[in-house]
Structure formats: structure tokens, C-alpha cells
Design a protein around this ligand. Structure first.
Ligand code: ZN
Length: 438
């Protein structure tokens, strides 16, 4: 995402062309860098877990240049007054599915759409996610492989508006597993992009990881237990062997990629942790041994404890498939109780919502549930900022408002440390120094 500075590359050509000195130099002087100064009433620093007051944030070329109460502001700086608001680093959702098209509780819907329809329907998902305060997402799989890469790249080119995306490309799953497009008769042949990540041995897992790395993914998503929202799946089951999961983590490491694993069942969770994944997604039925293992290995638990609300709500409206509701029975409450246990035990926690299960743009509603189930408001904010950046391996680029990091900045009315619901209505959104909501 490093853009060449204007002027670079042109200079030698211009000098060789014997234009007049005046013309030459006028062309060579780059446009003045955009400088912005934000005055923040309160500034939350998740790195130290503190709140600073009367801070000025100086932003140049999309990055934070300085933060403090005695920052010299250049005369050409654009001033933004957020003194009446609480300013925070841009939020990070570590578990989204932005490339799955319009929100739909029935995955069979994917068979009624072309890949192009899904891609175009995903454009507003990206926009509402950014406008709700999430400047970065880790997107963890899509029904049609590589659609997430296209979405990420369109955002990076500036063609469409959305958060910075880190994408998985496809689900690495066993045949008929939690990440498979299931529900059709066995004699129907799926297009290549609906079974791209299927693998059934350590070597097949390695082959899939190699393909995805070549395709340009940012991380690898494996599924080590059955799922709630997949036809013919059982969330209490175990998928992949320890050996297959170790193959995924090892092969991914050859490309500098981290692995996250979807897992509900205790054995699926523990296999993934033992294999060395960076995070366990859902972790619904994690037991005491699993929590201890997560702590020992430094594995993040990325528990989506809000979306139970949407699953039940859709169920009441008759919009959620019956088998999904059966899979989900009691799982939601057990997951929330286990979230409380994991927080109390001091396991590393990140913020992930499974956006796409709930409609896009409402992910911040999970914060209140994280506080209800044992986190302090600061811990919940850290899960979605400094912890999330650490999980993604990009703490030096985002996750807090510090010199050298991207100017990913949001602001809310009120104080989220006393009323966490404040994060549900974001007033100001800046990504890489550009304002998307004010
Ligand atoms: Zn998911």
C-alpha cells in the first residue's frame, strides 16, 4: 500500500528534456503534503489502558506524526475539532465475512447468485463496516473463493470504500466440513470456487495453503470442528486431525502467514491450539484444559458472543433454517459463560463478530455483551484495537494512535468507559488520514 510519491520517476525524464529551469522546478516541487491536526477532548490509549485529555494528533500523509498536549501545528494544517468527543483508534473486527454478498441467513442462497452478483452485493458491506468505525477487518472466508481478495484490492485501489481488509481467500476444510458449501445432492458438481479449499490429508492441506499463498491471501482459515450455520454439520464434532492442522500452520509459516481455526468443540479447539494457530474462532465449548492451553500457547480466543441475538431473532422470524437452530440450542449461552471464564483466567482475547451472521454495520453491539460477560470497558476496547492488531501481526501499523502508525481514528459522543454503548454510534471515522464520516 506504499504509493510512489508524486514526482518520483518523472524527474530524470524532465531533466533530460531541456525544458526551462522554471518549468522544470515548478513540476518537480511536489504538492504540499496534506497535514491535519485533530484536537481530542479525550483520547483512549489501549496500549497503556489510559485516557489522555487535551491531546492534539498531527497527521501527515495518512500517518500519525505526533500526539501530545504540546504539539506544534503547521500553519497550513487543516484543523478538526473533536474536543467534545472521545477519540479512539479505529476499531478492528477479527472475524468478518464481508465478501458474502447481501445479508442472508440461508447459505443455500449462494447457489442462486453468480460470483459477480455476490461481489457487487458485497460493496455496501464494506462501506457500512467502515462507517460504523471499523477501519480494519480480518475477513475469515467466503462462499466463493478469492472474492475477498478482489474486494480487498478494490478498496486498496480506492475504487470502493471500505476498511483495510486482511483476507483468507477460501475456507480450508475437510470434504463436507464446516467450511464446505453443503446442502446439494451429491451428483451436483460445484464450480471450482465453491470447493477451492477442500483438503483431506496433511499434503492436501499443504497444497491448498500453497495455492492460497500464491493467490495473495493474508492469512489462512482452517475449520477444526463442525459448524452451527452449515447444513449437515455438527458443532460438537472434530474436523481435521492434529497432523493436518500442524501441516496447515507449518506450511503457512513458510509464507509468513498466520492461521486461525474455527472451532466449537473442545477437541477441535485443543487440536488447533496444539497445532499452533494464532487464534481460535468461536471457541464456544472450550473447557478448562482448553483455556489453560490457550494461555500457555498465547493463542487468542476470538469469541463472537453477540451473534446469538441475531440467530435467535432470525429464528423467531422464521428466517433461520431449522437445523441451524437445533445446532445452536444452548450453544450461545454456553459460549457466553465460557467467555466469562476465559476472561477471568486471563486468556488473550480479541474482538471478532462473525459479521454476516448479524447484518453488516452492527458489530459494535458486541462490546456491551463483552462487558456484560466479564470484561472491563477498557478490556473490550483493547480486544478490538491493540489486541486485534497484535493478533494480525500489525501492531506497528495500527491498533493505537501513535507516531508512525496509520491515522485510523474514530470518535464517539460520551465516554465508552462509563457507557460502552457509546461505541454503537460512531460520529467520526478517519482511515489513513482520510475522513469517511464526520
Ligand atoms: Zn465466521
Amino acid at each position: 500500500m506504499t504509493k510512489p510519491r508524486s514526482g518520483e520517476g518523472f524527474a530524470p525524464v524532465l531533466l533530460k528534456s531541456f525544458v526551462t529551469l522554471a518549468t522544470c522546478c515548478a513540476l518537480l516541487i511536489p504538492a504540499a503534503a496534506q497535514v491535519t491536526a485533530i484536537h481530542a477532548g479525550k483520547l483512549i490509549d489501549p496500549d497503556s489502558g489510559t485516557v489522555l485529555t487535551a491531546q492534539t494528533i498531527l497527521i501527515r500523509d495518512g500517518k500519525v506524526e505526533a500526539v501530545g498536549n504540546n504539539v506544534t501545528i503547521p500553519s497550513n494544517a487543516k484543523i478538526i475539532d473533536l474536543t467534545k468527543l472521545t477519540v479512539l483508534p479505529g476499531l478492528i473486527d477479527c472475524h468478518t465475512h464481508l465478501a458474502d454478498g447481501a445479508h442472508d441467513s440461508e447459505p443455500m442462497g449462494v447457489f442462486r447468485k453468480t460470483a459477480a452478483e455476490l461481489a457487487l452485493e458485497s460493496v455496501p458491506n464494506a462501506r457500512v463496516t467502515l462507517e460504523s468505525g471499523f477501519t480494519t477487518v480480518r475477513d475469515v472466508g467466503t462462499y466463493r473463493a478469492l472474492g475477498d481478495i478482489a474486494l480487498r484490492d478494490a478498496i486498496n485501489r480506492g475504487d470502493i470504500i471500505g476498511p483495510r481488509m486482511y483476507v483468507a481467500g477460501a475456507y480450508v476444510t475437510i470434504t463436507g466440513g464446516a467450511g464446505a458449501d453443503t446442502g446439494l445432492a451429491p451428483d451436483i458438481t460445484l464450480p471450482w470456487d465453491m470447493h477451492y479449499g477442500e483438503a483431506n490429508s496433511p499434503w492436501e492441506v499443504r497444497q491448498v495453503v500453497r495455492k492460497l499463498a500464491h493467490d495473495g491471501v493474508d492469512h489462512i482459515k482452517v475449520l477444526s470442528s463442525g459448524a452451527v450455520l452449515t447444513h449437515g454439520s455438527n458443532p460438537h464434532s472434530q474436523e481435521f486431525t492434529l497432523e493436518e492442522l500442524q501441516a496447515a500452520v507449518d506450511e503457512a509459516s513458510h509464507f509468513g502467514l498466520r492461521v486461525e481455526s474455527h472451532a466449537h468443540s473442545p477437541e477441535g479447539i485443543k487440536n488447533a491450539i496444539r497445532a499452533g494457530v494464532a487464534s481460535v474462532e468461536h471457541a464456544s465449548l472450550i473447557d478448562d484444559e482448553g483455556i489453560a492451553l490457550a494461555k500457555q500457547h498465547g493463542t487468542y480466543l476470538d469469541m463472537d458472543i453477540y451473534d446469538e441475538e441475531c440467530i435467535q431473532e432470525q429464528g423467531k422470524l422464521g428466517k433461520m433454517p431449522k437445523d441451524f437452530l437445533e445446532h445452536d440450542a444452548q450453544l450461545g449461552q454456553i459460549q457466553r459463560d465460557n467467555f466469562r471464564k476465559a476472561v477471568a483466567a486471563g486468556a488473550k482475547m480479541s474482538f471478532g463478530t462473525d459479521a454476516g451472521v448479524c447484518p453488516y454495520g452492527v458489530s459494535a453491539k458486541q462490546f456491551a455483551f463483552m462487558v456484560k460477560y466479564g470484561m472491563t470497558p477498557m478490556q473490550a476496547i483493547q480486544a478490538a484495537t491493540s489486541n486485534a492488531a497484535d493478533l494480525l501481526g500489525h501492531s506497528n501499523e495500527f491498533g493505537s494512535i501513535k507516531p508512525g502508525k496509520y491515522a485510523d481514528i474514530i470518535a464517539v459522543t460520551g465516554d465508552p468507559l462509563t457507557d460502552i454503548h457509546a461505541l454503537e454510534t460512531v460520529q467520526f471515522v478517519m482511515k489513513e488520514g482520510k475522513i469517511y464520516k464526520q
